[in-house]
Design a protein around this ligand. Structure first.
Ligand SMILES: Cc1cc2nc3c(=O)[nH]c(=O)nc-3n(C[C@H](O)[C@H](O)[C@H](O)COP(=O)(O)O)c2cc1C
Ligand code: SF4
Ligand code: SF4
Length: 294
């Protein structure tokens, strides 16, 4: 854990040094030059496994204007809501420095929706993503949206069955408070017409690619068939079946059974009352959810 934190600090220091140089060379990286954003109809949308991205979208939108509506991409009304909006704040959890397949499919299956929308992307992450906001922003741009800004938020790690990024409760609470401060500042800049540009630009992209995608990016290319459910622990309560955004789990003979279309959101793993579900790791180390850290 200490080693990872030190490595992160070192990477961030090198990255910041290089990034500052690039910003001085290229002003377009730090100032949005489009028309005034005030007066646009804004909504927040999100996909979230354990609540971090939902919290970020709601906090951001509340700070911007408390009347702003926020929707999950799982809500029935989502397509209409996007259709009626001009400015969309889109929050999602980074997976291996890229976009979860469910989010990619949502964007590309509704390609026509994004034309001429201004989009601000919030990427939440456990440690580091490089170009988390850029990955989704560029995809939206390829569907006709205007990617106006990005924000990266370090938040509690959602991978319940890996201990590498587990932090004490107080540290996780502190991370959420720091994220709130970062959101406040980002909202202020958006209102000033200069949305934050985190995760956009070449250096961020290189950091995302060489830092993670090159080695692990393939893991999110397809839905996963690797979810494991321990039949001895499972009591057939059905919670995982209800929660899964992919309808990937069904109860058969009073036991949960996994299909092969898991988007690795970790919702079921973090919520199973018997800690019977795992995916990347072999056992549940710590279950998390944003409500524990507020
Ligand atoms: C499969 C998977 C892969 C992840 N990959 C990364 C990563 O590459 N970098 C990172 O900083 N966090 C990574 N995380 C951590 C999550 O991005 C982070 O905890 C996020 O805030 C969870 O948001 P949510 O509660 O909205 O799902 C990963 C989480 C999962 C489940
Ligand atoms: S939530 Fe856990 S105990 Fe309940 S059905 Fe699913 S795997 Fe079984
Ligand atoms: S099976 Fe679990 S981890 Fe996979 S998509 Fe469904 S809720 Fe998420």
């Amino acid at each position: 854990m200490l080693l990872l934190e030190s490595l992160e600090l070192l990477c961030m220091a090198i990255f910041r040094y290089c990034f500052d140089k690039q910003v001085r060379r290229d002003d377009s990286i730090v100032s949005y030059t489009g028309d005034n954003l005030l007066g646009k109809t804004m909504i927040g949308i999100y996909f979230s496994g354990t609540g971090n991205s939902r919290y970020a979208a709601e906090y951001f939108c509340r700070e911007y204007d408390k009347e702003t509506s926020v929707y999950s991409i799982e809500d029935g009304i989502i397509l209409t809501a996007i259709n009626n909006a001009d400015l969309i704040v889109f929050a999602y959890p980074v997976q291996f420095s890229t976009v979860p397949k469910i989010v990619r499919d949502f964007v590309t299956n509704n390609k026509e929706l994004w034309k001429n929308k201004k989009v601000f992307v919030i990427a939440t992450m456990g440690l580091f993503s490089g170009d988390g906001s850029g990955m989704l922003g560029r995809l939206l741009e390829s569907c006709g949206a205007e990617f106006i800004g990005g924000l990266h938020l370090k938040m509690p790690d959602s991978i319940a069955d890996e201990k590498a990024l587990k932090r004490p409760l107080e540290k996780n609470k502190e991370l959420v408070m720091q994220a709130e401060q970062k959101i406040k500042e980002s909202v202020r800049q958006l209102k000033d017409g200069h949305p934050t540009q985190e995760g956009m630009g070449l250096l961020y992209r290189m950091a995302g690619f060489f830092g993670q995608r090159l080695y692990f990016g393939h893991k999110t290319k397809e839905y996963s068939s690797k979810l494991k459910i321990d039949k001895d622990k499972c009591v057939g309560c059905g919670k995982c079946e209800k929660l899964c955004p992919m309808k990937n789990i069904s109860i058969v003979g009073q036991k949960a059974v996994s299909g092969n279309c898991c988007t690795m959101c970790y919702r079921c793993i973090n919520k199973c009352p018997k800690q019977a579900i795992t995916l990347l790791g072999k056992r549940v180390v710590e279950q998390c959810g944003i409500e524990k850290y507020l």
